[in-house]
Design a protein around this ligand. Structure first.
Ligand SMILES: Nc1ncnc2c1ncn2[C@@H]1O[C@H](COP(=O)(O)OP(=O)(O)OP(=O)(O)O)[C@@H](O)[C@H]1O
Ligand SMILES: [Mg+2]
Length: 236
C-alpha cells in the first residue's frame, strides 16, 4: 500500500523551547493507525501541525499526495479535534446542515446523509435539542458525526473516546471498523490502549518531544501493547 500520510522532520518551538523534535512517521492507505503517547507528549500539537492549524518551525507533511493541503485535499479529510467548540445556539441537526455547506455535494444526498448520521451516533431523538443543552459525551458524538459527513479518505481523531462509556466505546470501534472497510484510513491520538488494541494495524509512540517507536506493526508485538508501551516510555 502507498503512504497516504507522510510526516517528515516536523519541529515545533513554543516560547523558544522545542516541543517537537524531528517527528517523522508514515501512514499507509487503509490502515487504522494510532499515534500513542503519555499525557503531555505533544500528540495534539502534532495533529494540529498536520492539520495546518499551527505552523511548525520545519516540516514536510504530505496528505493524500499533497504537500500544500489544498481545498481539494481538505474536502477529503475528516477531523475531530480534542476540544470541541460548537455553535451552541444550533440544534444538532442544524449543525450538521451547517457543516454540510462546506462541501459541494448534491442536495439529493443531503437528506439521506443527515438522517444516516443522526442515527449512526445514536442521537436521533435529540436532533432538535440545542447543542447548549448537550453534555460532553453527547457533543463528542456530534463531533464524530460531523467528521465523517464527507465520507473522508482519511479521518483524524484526537482522543475520540475519552468521555464515553464502555458501550459507546464499543460502538465507536465498530463504526471505525465499518468506515475502514469502506476505504477510510484512520489516524488517531490516544493514550487509552486496552480499549482499541483490537482495531489497530500500526502505531507510533511519541514521548518527550520525539518519536521513540515508529510505524510498528501491531502483529509484530510479542507482548501485550500495554506492557510494550510502558517498557518503551520507561527506557531512560
Ligand atoms: N501554544 C501553547 N502554549 C503553551 N502551552 C501549550 C501550547 N499548546 C499546548 N500546550 C500545553 O502543552 C501540553 C502538551 O501538549 P499537547 O496537548 O499537544 O499534548 P497531548 O499529548 O495531546 O496531551 P493529552 O494526553 O493531555 O491530550 C498541554 O498541557 C498543553 O496545555
Ligand atoms: Mg491531546
Amino acid at each position: 500500500m502507498e503512504n497516504i500520510l507522510v510526516v517528515r522532520e516536523v519541529t515545533k518551538d513554543l516560547s523558544w523551547v522545542e516541543v517537537l523534535h524531528n517527528v517523522s512517521f508514515e501512514v499507509k492507505t487503509w490502515q487504522i493507525y494510532w499515534f500513542l503517547g503519555p499525557n503531555w507528549a505533544w500528540k495534539t500539537t502534532t495533529m494540529k501541525c498536520i492539520m495546518w492549524l499551527i505552523t511548525p518551525e520545519s516540516w514536510e507533511i504530505n496528505i493524500l499526495w499533497d504537500n500544500k493541503l489544498s481545498t481539494k485535499t481538505k474536502s477529503q479529510i475528516g477531523f475531530m479535534p480534542e476540544n470541541t467548540y460548537l455553535y451552541k445556539h444550533l440544534t444538532w441537526e442544524e449543525f450538521l446542515r451547517f457543516n454540510w455547506n462546506f462541501f459541494w455535494f448534491q442536495k439529493e444526498v443531503l437528506e439521506k446523509k443527515i438522517e444516516e448520521l443522526l442515527k449512526k451516533v445514536w442521537l436521533y431523538d435529540a436532533k432538535d435539542k440545542y447543542l447548549a443543552e448537550y453534555s460532553k459525551w453527547m457533543l463528542q458524538r456530534v463531533w464524530l458525526a460531523q467528521s465523517i459527513i464527507n465520507d473522508p479518505k482519511i479521518l483524524f481523531l484526537d482522543e475520540p473516546m475519552s468521555w464515553l462509556d464502555p458501550i459507546w466505546r464499543k460502538m465507536v470501534k465498530d463504526l471505525l471498523v465499518e468506515l475502514n472497510k469502506s476505504w477510510t484510513t484512520i489516524f488517531f491520538n490516544t493514550h487509552i490502549l486496552a480499549d482499541v488494541e483490537s482495531i489497530c494495524d500500526s502505531f507510533s509512540i511519541i514521548h518527550k518531544w520525539s518519536i521513540i517507536v515508529k510505524n510498528k506493526d501491531i502483529k509484530s508485538l510479542d507482548k501485550p501493547l500495554e506492557d510494550f508501551f510502558i517498557e518503551e516510555i520507561s527506557k531512560d
